[in-house]
Design a protein around this ligand. Structure first.
Ligand code: ADP
Ligand code: MG
Length: 341
């Protein structure tokens, strides 16, 4: 009798342990290559099948958005490709999600007085051509190209859009990854996920906190040594996006020209090495980080301050660190001489 009792309590104990183990939150993650970059999603959940399903759904949604926005791909759903083909000719009707993205972009163009401009497509193409030909663009090529970069000529009607001048071209690269990370968050939330982290090529969105008492800790790249961090932010339920001059380049005659272009000069923007923005919306954080990088230290900081709820850390070309008014509570800088105020 005693043996049976002992045995059954042992069985009960093991069953309880297995059950508790089953309920313990686990990390479930997946990676994918989308939008020309590595996308990774990690969620913390005690329901592994549900977590996997949520991640798959998020990656699917991101893939569909990529299909809509990649301006080089002639596919039936590619709205940006269709708009560019129809420049100077006709209006194209926009799906709601793309309409809302374009409205966000135009708002940031207004706020930055044209420093941010999604009609930079032709300018991006000019730099790509210069790279492949190994020669800088000429002044006349630049002038001709800049006449086609003008957000005022993005005509937005009732749910449809036309680029006013033939040859104009939209490029949503400056906010596409941000939009994609927002979409992934929304998808995970609808699938019941309450904790997780999405990294769409450096556009990060965190859902909830790491656990009840710990925020997520996200490293910020050192723009002088991009493989290393210069500090970190501690946050919950936030998007963190960095625009940097150290990420993508056009190499021309052994010089590197970074990929964030000034619609005023036609050349890569000067004055800041990186801008890291915290905001609820990753789309907005992506757009205003790029906009601030084009505007430079003083006007860039003013732009960030004009968005309530957005905070930023900016690294100038001289390695000065500038914080927006509420940013310091989230950021910790590592004690490196070049990165101290
Ligand atoms: P990343 O693509 O590295 O995340 P950004 O979000 O800063 O970087 O976006 C840079 C991309 O945005 C460029 O590759 C180009 O497609 C586009 N772009 C470049 N300059 C501008 C600008 N002044 N305004 C809007 N978009 C821009
Ligand atoms: Mg951006």
């Amino acid at each position: 009798m005693k043996r049976i009792l002992l045995l059954s309590s042992a069985v009960l104990l093991i069953a309880t342990l297995l059950f508790v183990q089953h309920l313990r939150p686990k990390e479930v993650s997946a990676d994918s290559f989308l939008m020309d970059t590595l996308v990774s999603i990690k969620v913390i959940s005690s329901d592994e099948p549900e977590a996997k399903e949520a991640i798959d759904a998020a990656l699917d949604a991101m893939q569909q958005l990529d299909n809509q926005l990649d301006r080089y791909e002639n596919s039936p759903n590619n709205i940006i490709y269709q708009i560019n083909q129809a420049s100077g000719k006709e209006y194209i009707s926009l799906p709601d999600n793309v309409l809302s993205l374009i409205q966000t972009a135009l708002g940031v163009s207004e706020a930055s007085q044209g420093a941010f401009d999604i009609s930079v497509g032709v300018l991006v193409d000019l730099w790509k051509k210069s790279e492949s030909e190994g020669a800088l663009p000429s002044q006349s090529e630049l002038a001709q190209t800049l006449s086609l970069v003008d957000y005022h000529a993005i005509l937005l009607g009732d749910g449809n859009l036309m680029l006013e001048r033939p040859g104009m071209s939209l490029d949503l690269g400056a906010l596409a990854k941000g939009a994609s990370a927002d979409l992934a968050r929304d998808t995970l939330l609808t699938h019941g996920i309450t904790r997780g982290i999405i990294d769409a090529g450096g556009n990060i969105v965190v859902i909830g906190a790491k656990d009840d008492n710990t925020p997520w800790k996200i490293g910020i790249a050192n723009p002088n040594l991009p493989g290393e961090t210069m500090g970190f932010v501690e946050v919950a339920d936030t998007a963190i996006v960095t625009a940097g001059t150290y990420q993508r380049f056009y190499s021309i005659q052994e010089e590197q020209y970074h990929h964030i272009l000034s619609p005023f000069s036609g050349y890569p923007a000067e004055g800041l090495k990186s801008v890291t923005v915290l905001a609820e919306s990753s789309t907005l954080a992506d757009a205003i980080s790029t906009a601030a990088l084009v505007l430079g230290p003083e006007q860039g900081l003013n732009l960030i301050e004009s968005y309530p709820g957005a905070e930023a850390i900016l690294i100038t070309d001289q390695d000065q660190v500038l914080f927006s008014s509420g940013a310091k509570q989230y950021f910790t800088l590592l004690q490196e001489e070049s990165f101290y105020e």
